[in-house]
Every structure is written in C-alpha cells, then in structure tokens.
Design a protein around this ligand. Sequence first.
Ligand SMILES: Cc1ncc(COP(=O)(O)O)c(C=O)c1O
Length: 413
Amino acid sequence: MLWDLAADTWGREERAAVARVVASGRYTLGPEVERFERAFAAYHGRRFAVMVNSGSSANLIAVASLFYRQKRPLQRGDQAIVPAISWSTTYHPLQQYGLRLRFVDVEADTLNIDTAQLEAALTPSTRAVIAVSVLGNPAALDKVRAFADRHGLAFLEDNCESLDAELDGKKTGTFGDLSTFSFFFSHHISTGEGGMVLTDDPELDGLLRSVRAHGWTRDVPPGALGGLVGVSPTPPGAGVSPAPPGTAAIDDRSDDAFAEAYRFILPGYNVRPQEINGAVGSEQLKKLPAMTKQRRANWRLFRNAFGTDERFLIQRENGKSSSFSFTMIVRPESGLDRNAVFKPLKAAGIGYRMITGGCFPRHDAIRHFDHDCLGSLANANMAHDRGFFVGNHPFDLAKQIERLRDVLDGLKA
Ligand SMILES: Cc1ncc(COP(=O)(O)O)c(C=O)c1O
C-alpha cells in the first residue's frame, strides 16, 4: 500500500512505556493514567481531565454527567442541536439518555456545523448543543460557545478528531463545558484505544469519575459533588429516600471504610482505561507538537496541489487545523463520478474512505432516534454522496501527494 488511511506512530519510547507497565504488575487505572491526565489537562490549560477507554466512552460519560449535575441537569425529552456530520458515537449516548436530536447542516467547505443556522434550530425545549471539529479543522467554537451562553445551553464539544487544533490561539477542546478526545489508533495521538474528557467544573469532574467506574465514590475527590445531601451510608428503610433524578448524588464520606469502599451513588459503567494506555499517552503527548507541525506541513502541500483544482472541493481551514486527513468532495459540476475516482486510487494503493460517518441521518440507526432535521442538510448529503478522505500522518507525505496529483490528473471527465 502506497498510502494507508492510518499509520503506527509508536516508537521506542512508547514500547518502553508498555514494558514499564508490564514490569510494574499494575495494569488498570493507576499512577500512569493519573500522570497522563494531569499532563493532558495542563497541555490544554484546563482544570480536570478524566481518561477512559475510548472517545465513545468519553462522549458517554460526558452526556451522563450532564444528567446528574445539580444545576440545570438535562432530562429525557430535552432537545439537543447536533451537526449532521459526525461519528456515530457522538450521537448514540444522546439517544441512549433520551434526548431528542435536531440535526443542523454543515458548511460545505469547512464541513463543520453551520453556526448561521443555530438560532433557527432553537426551540423552547433545546437544552444542549454539540459541536464537532471535523478532521482537525476547528468548528466556529467561539460562536457555539456564545450561542450556548446566550440561551443557557449545555455545550458538549466533541474534539475526538481535532486534538491540537486552534482557534484564535485557543486550543480546540477548551470551548465546551465538557470536551472529549479519542486516542484510537488512527488519531492525532494513539494509546491503542483511549479517550479523555476535559472540564473546568469540579462537580462534572466528580460525576465523570463516578460514572467511569461503576458509579461508585472511590475515585471521586471528596467534596467534588458538593456534599449536597450530606448523608452517610444508611440502612434500607431508615428514612432516606434516594436522590431524585437530576439532583447531585450523595457524596459525603462516612468514616465507615467498609461501606465506603463499595458505595454506589450513580448508574455508572466500567469504562476505565488501562495503565498501558496512560503510560503510552504520556509519551505520545510529548511528541504531539512535532507531529502536528508535520501534519500541517503535509496539509499545506495538499492544499497547494488541490486548492485550485475546480473538480474538487477541499476543506477550508478555519483557525489552525491539526489536519487529521485530507477531504475531497467531487463537485457535481465536474462531470466526474466518485466511483471513477475510487478506481484509480485503489489501483495506485491509496486508501480512501467516507468523511467521518457521513450524513448521520442517512444511516439505518436513525430509526432508533427521536429526531428532526433543520432543512434538507444539502451540504452534509453532498459530502456523504460525493466526498471521501485520504490519510494524513506525522511523516513527510510529499511523494504520496504527488502521486495522488498524477492519478487525479489522469482522470477523464
Ligand atoms: C467525532 C468523533 N467522536 C467520537 C469518536 C469515537 O472515538 P473512539 O473511536 O475512540 O471510540 C470518533 C472516532 O473516530 C470521532 O471521530
């Protein structure tokens, strides 16, 4: 294969980190994960980082935490505004927690949510907005932030595809009340599988830590949940009713160590990462600035090669992209059929795939969603029907981009 969609970015340091963990005998959530969490939070200038086993799990516990927070918790039946293009597990937790989704189109060139449509998408039951920076390219996160603040909405920023991108000098992943990341194999940094949630809110941090691990108190910093109910473990029937949905869980610690060790306060999961993921994450994070620099250099080569090719629409950079991959939409006016492009790409050993998850309402899973769409989602549909991407990697792709240019120059309309 000349140019694959994903590439291994682990070197000597990551392999040594794996060996260190294996030698330590401690495999699950522990000091290595905590070290990576601290470094990752510091890299973004945010207060709290909670690592999990995938970006999907990051989205899952982020949504859960918004349902259990004390002030203005989300409730079943609330509406969330979402972009029409993202990955499936941006949406699935929203469905699983009973939210109604309103899909808004993306901009044809940035592939990110069209913020000009946000006000029109608002209804009296809108309580949350989700923004996704697609494939390294920052969405207009400042505008989404202002929109959320104007209307008192929760803002969940799915940054799983755009680690290390920037908007006006501010990193993506620092705009949402909660911002999520993926460290899957093909992403900007890889821990094999892995994900992270960032927040500045101590209550959300406590909720995330509880929901991440069984819904227990063990990993929750004392006092993080506000000590709202202030009740220590109580025998059944002793007159304490469970906290109603939407009130923060009981988190005061009693001095009964036996009960505290297994004290469940929320309907949680087990989505903990392993120490290997944390140890590798710390090594990858050190390499991130250099990797982003190389990805951006490749992006400039790609843009020079195709920016003026009228047959294709390539992603317009908003802010500073960390360039996950190179998108191409075969313009309808080009007279080209997408399959006619795929054939020579395949023959040349160039990997290609759908842009993120395409236009999500086009997938069968949508039958299970309570949803509607604002308008026809024309741009998301165009990306779904006529778009594809090829990979970007943290090494020089000059030769591969040149080959792509040659292959596409050979196309006949
Ligand atoms: C926007 C977005 N959100 C969430 C995810 C899920 O991340 P993971 O594959 O780590 O579960 C992805 C994965 O690619 C993604 O692109």
